[in-house]
Every structure is written in structure tokens, then in C-alpha cells.
Ligand binder design. Structure first.
Ligand code: FES
Length: 146
């Protein structure tokens, strides 16, 4: 991996470097430490590397993010402010354009009805369901998960 990275010093070659690294590997995908090493080499954030890996879905990645936050944006949740919760999360976690948090630990996804309309707005964080949300409650849950 070090030999490959030496060939690419400019961040515009990030995708080429990732392709070359994956070509030389026996196992599929990039692990957490490899992603950190690539980020350090190109002097970019882990979230930026993850952003490229998640945008180009044909690039395998073993560990994209630690936690996925699925926010329901279907009508019952929408009416109860789920859109504002998404914007709050993006700002609170410092997400990039791929909705990956600045620290690379969280991915935000907007999803359809979770079947919890009577206790909207509803969010799933990994396999945990949280309902009747407002910003403060969501912030508390995020910090517990973190
Ligand atoms: S609309 Fe959000 S849970 Fe049904």
C-alpha cells in the first residue's frame, strides 16, 4: 500500500490510488485503518475518503461508517418536522454532501415509512428505534450512541 501511495501525491488521484490498492489486495474492500492511512496520505479527512467510497458504490469498503441514522421522511413524520431533524443532524454532525459525518462515524439516510406513524417523527439508529423526536431528544440519543 505504501508503494502505491508513493506514486500518487495529488488528491485528484484518490480514486486511481484506491483502485490500485484494491487490485493488489487478496481480500475485498478497504478496512478502517487503510482508509485512515489513505486520508492521512492525501491530507484529507476520513469522511472525504468515505464519501468517495460511498459515492462510487462499485468500490468495496469493509467499514463505511459505524452508525447509520435512518430518518423517516414520509408524510406523518414530515408533518411532524422530520425534514428539520435531517437538517439539524447534518449540521450537528458536520456532514458532507454524502451525508457522512465529519468524523466518519455516522451516515444519515432519508427513508420511507418505518411503520411508526402514530409516534412520529421516527428515526432508526442502527437497529434502535427512537420516536416522538425533537432536536434535544435526538441529540441525547446521538451522544449515547457515540
Ligand atoms: S410516516 Fe414516518 S413512520 Fe410512518
Amino acid at each position: 500500500m505504501d508503494e502505491i501511495l508513493k506514486r500518487y501525491n495529488d488528491r485528484s488521484y484518490l480514486i486511481e490510488a484506491i483502485h490500485d490498492i484494491l487490485d493488489k489486495k487478496d481480500e475485498k474492500g478497504l478496512g478502517d485503518e487503510e482508509i485512515k492511512k489513505i486520508a492521512k496520505h492525501f491530507k484529507i479527512s476520513v469522511a472525504e475518503v468515505l464519501g468517495v467510497l460511498t459515492f462510487y458504490s462499485m468500490l468495496p469498503v469493509k467499514l463505511k461508517v459505524k452508525h447509520t441514522i435512518r430518518v423517516c421522511v414520509s408524510p406523518a413524520c414530515y408533518i411532524k418536522g422530520s425534514r428539520e431533524l435531517v437538517e439539524f443532524l447534518k449540521s450537528y454532525l458536520g456532514c458532507d454532501e454524502n451525508n457522512v459525518s465529519r468524523d466518519g462515524r455516522f451516515l444519515i439516510e432519508e427513508v420511507e415509512c418505518l411503520g411508526l406513524c402514530d409516534v412520529a417523527p421516527a428515526v432508526m439508529i442502527d437497529d434502535r428505534i427512537v420516536v416522538n423526536l425533537d432536536r434535544e431528544k435526538l441529540k441525547r440519543v446521538i451522544e449515547e450512541v457515540r
